[in-house]
Design a protein around this ligand. Sequence first.
Ligand code: APR
Length: 235
Amino acid sequence: MKKRIVVFTGAGVSADSGISTFRDADGLWANYRIEDVCTPEALRNNREQVIEFYNMRRKESLTKRPNAGHLAIAAMEEWTDVCVVTQNVDNLHEQAGSSRVLHLHGELMKLRSERNPELIYDINEGWEQDIDARGEDGALLRPHIVFFGEDVPMFDTACRIVAAADILIVVGTSLAVYPAATLVYYVRDRQVPIYLVDPGNPDTAMIRNPLTHIKERGAVGVPQLLKQLKDELAE
Ligand code: APR
């Protein structure tokens, strides 16, 4: 019987693809104030700056490719039951070939109506959102991103996915943003093994499950871990 593995990722899994994390020394939040670009108030009071911020991140993301960590995670679909729950808004997991990816904090390459959150539009070509672009409901469009202070609509679904996991792998997240960070506590019981791949030290003090921390970059540690797990599960 195939094991169900959930891979929970943060900005660190894309760091080796050249995409800045948020809280590392050179991270995004070292260069931008969250309240200026990633809150509903910022969108209301300084729409142009917010749209420009996401246009710039979208433009940058178009030059980035999946790294060995993304590719190893995608290759898991050949040998086990795997689902990716990511905090990232880039589409590098999908580009690497992962077919089951849940984005907790939205998706950079999508826009949505400011009025009706069900009206979501792919940015099929290029990177730029026209500041006056409107949806079919006539309302202005906004980045399909969960801003600080906004609900995380996919969180309950993510909890159910984690609760069904036989193994939880956590890659490249500081576990500093809620409610996403609490996902590690939604495993069905304290026997579920948790593997952490991160060169830094995320806040795992409250984790009571068997925890293995591979202190490596994602592009190195994830392929290593997944080879080990594949061999173990094949026994
Ligand atoms: N490989 C793996 N992990 C790495 C690498 C790397 N090459 N480089 C850094 N990391 C780790 C850091 O040690 C840290 O634990 O990635 C993590 C990055 O943490 P954050 O920058 O806080 O990113 P993340 O945890 O994804 O942030 C969560 O915060 O700003 C919001 O919505 C945004 O989704 C984001 C959320």
